[in-house]
Design a protein around this ligand. Structure first.
Ligand code: ADP
Ligand code: MG
Length: 274
């Protein structure tokens, strides 16, 4: 076995396995109440899925169990047919509020971090790695800012750098925790343009958002979460008045219009990022 082979703890993919499979997953923090309860679901290759639900619904927790950062209290999480945990194929972008932006690293350094797992610890970054870093930054329109400190960028630019890191890592599954929160519409559109480009790579994208309209308009499927999985499928099937009341209860006003459309107002989380 070549030396690099010994350094890879990440298993290969089982043929025909779903990208992600959760089987009756329950997560309790410190033995408290369930943050996620009895969630079972599968993701297919190349699909783009939005997780929606009120604050505290378990969106971040769900992303973390798939990323392998948290182990479920009960139930199983598989990624490409193997128990989740350190899969090299997963690019995880944490919520912006959870990142220390004062950490002194350049944009290129952040993207190179995506290469570390591929390179292995005993080797140094080579020409090919730096080429991939440059290409990844170019793909998200950030090549010019490679030398900047990450903390100096706007929120939308920071999200793009993290996508570039996942590209440099050659990730096949991209997990993003509220990447659109706090961004203006042009910055959100820039992210969607990049995600559209990822379809050609068949990259599977799972991201959480507070924005039900964006979730309904721009994603293949929606996951409505309130500790339990309230609904998972096409927007029209998931965002029913009954499901929305179940998920949001008094936090949301649901108004049926003559066209049968709904006006939805999330009144719980204004100006609240976490
Ligand atoms: P969301 O991302 O949908 O707002 P989270 O997954 O962050 O929801 O949180 C789900 C539940 O788990 C909440 O009740 C939250 O308070 C709790 N929780 C999240 N992280 C922790 C933690 N590290 N320790 C204890 N409880 C936590
Ligand atoms: Mg969250």
């Amino acid at each position: 076995m070549p030396l690099e082979g010994l350094l890879y703890t990440h298993p290969a993919h089982r043929p025909n396995a779903p990208v992600v499979r959760l089987d009756h997953v329950t997560v309790r923090y410190n033995g408290g109440g369930a943050a996620l309860e009895d969630v079972s679901l599968e993701l297919a290759p190349g699909e783009r899925v939005a997780i929606v639900g009120p604050n505290g619904a378990g969106k971040s927790t769900l992303l973390k169990v798939i990323a392998g950062l948290l182990t479920p209290s009960t139930g199983a999480v598989d990624v490409y047919g193997y128990t989740a945990g350190g899969h090299i194929c997963i690019g995880y972008v944490p919520q912006r509020t959870q990142v220390d932006w004062s950490f002194p690293v350049t944009v290129a350094d952040v993207v190179m971090m995506g290469r570390v797992a591929r390179i292995g610890f005993l080797r140094q970054a080579g020409k090919n790695d730096w080429r991939l870093v440059r290409e990844s930054l170019a793909q998200v329109g950030m090549a010019d800012l490679a030398g900047r400190q990450i903390g100096e960028l706007s929120g939308g630019q920071q999200q793009r750098v993290f996508i570039a890191r996942a590209l440099a890592q050659e990730a096949e599954l991209l997990l993003m925790d509220e990447p659109l929160t706090g961004l203006d519409t042009p910055s959100q559109e820039a992210i969607f343009d990049i995600l559209d480009g990822l379809r050609a790579r068949r990259m599977t994208v799972l991201l959480s958002t507070h924005d039900l309209h964006l979730a309904a308009d721009r994603f293949d499927r929606l996951m409505l979460l309130k500790v339990r999985l309230v609904g998972f499928g096409a927007a029209a099937a998931v965002l029913t008045p009954a499901n929305l009341r179940l998920a949001y209860g008094a936090q949301m006003t649901v108004i049926a219009t003559p066209e049968g459309a709904l006006v939805l107002e999330d009144t719980c989380c204004e100006g609240h990022e976490d």
